[in-house]
Design a binder for this molecule. Structure first.
Ligand SMILES: [Zn+2]
Length: 254
């Protein structure tokens, strides 16, 4: 698509977003990749790293929570050094222009909140939350580095990162909230920087289609999800989202 055709397409997409009864944006690793947060695959991918391969699985974590926490402590430090990119910032602006927009993410880095997004459904949890599995309590914690490894709950239990590890299902609360929104009315579900490899996410998209939602995809390349989408924009989220946010703002103000 030549640049002017892309801009025309984005303008018409922006109109659809503005006039949709409901709009959900679901972001994935491709959005944070622009901030230098490692993705799972690719040359800078987590799967290239031996410690990451071990400790991002539920089994790996349970076998050695102390060593796993050394890995997560470093991951938290690395993320602290990353900054939200223009894609995150554009999504925060889109939430201001479209108050009915619901932002959900598969990412656990907290960069949407640091970019100014107020409401974010974190389907895979957050690295900045610790969970006591005995009492089922969640604590916010942004200490870098952690004061104690592994971090302990006042009840004596080792706190775990409140993130979905490989082999676990998405978190029930944000997921149920999203299913409820999707079941109540139809709208546009936009997938941004999402590779679609996760089965729970694929189920969510299937449910949205079943409920009459149209599916939009913004990604740097075609994905396994592309064949089932209604609107597609190929490009980096950090470049496409600011353009879209700008059109949405102009159309909403007309
Ligand atoms: Zn506890």
């Amino acid at each position: 698509m030549d640049p002017s055709a892309t801009e025309k397409y984005l303008h018409s997409l922006a109109e659809k977003w503005v006039f949709a009864k409901a709009i959900v944006v679901l972001t994935g690793a491709g959005v944070s990749a622009g901030s230098g947060v490692p993705t799972f695959s690719g040359s800078n991918g987590l799967l290239e790293d031996e410690a990451a391969r071990k400790f991002i699985t539920a089994e790996g974590y349970e076998n050695d929570p102390v060593e796993a926490w050394r890995f997560y402590d470093l991951a938290r430090r690395d993320i602290t050094e990353c900054q939200p990119n223009s894609g995150h910032i554009a999504l925060a602006q889109l939430q201001n222009s479209l108050p009915h927009l619901i932002l959900a993410t598969h990412n656990v880095d907290g960069l949407h909140q640091r970019a100014g997004s107020q409401r974010v459904l974190e389907l895979s949890g957050s690295l900045w939350e610790l969970r006591c599995t005995e009492e089922n309590k969640i604590f916010m914690n942004d200490d870098v580095p952690l004061k104690l490894i592994p971090p302990l709950c006042s009840c004596g239990t080792i706190l775990r990162p409140n993130v979905v590890l490989f082999g676990e299902t998405l978190l029930a609360n944000p997921c149920n909230e999203l299913y409820k929104v999707i079941s109540l009315q139809n709208g546009i579900l936009s997938l941004v920087g999402l590779s679609g490899i996760n089965r729970s996410i694929r189920n969510l998209i299937s449910h949205a289609r079943f409920c009459g939602w149209r599916i939009c995809e913004i990604n740097i390349s075609e994905t396994l999800l592309s064949p089932i989408t209604d609107f597609r924009v190929i490009g980096r989220a950090a470049k496409i989202l600011p353009l879209l946010a700008d059109y949405v703002k102009r159309i909403s103000n007309q």
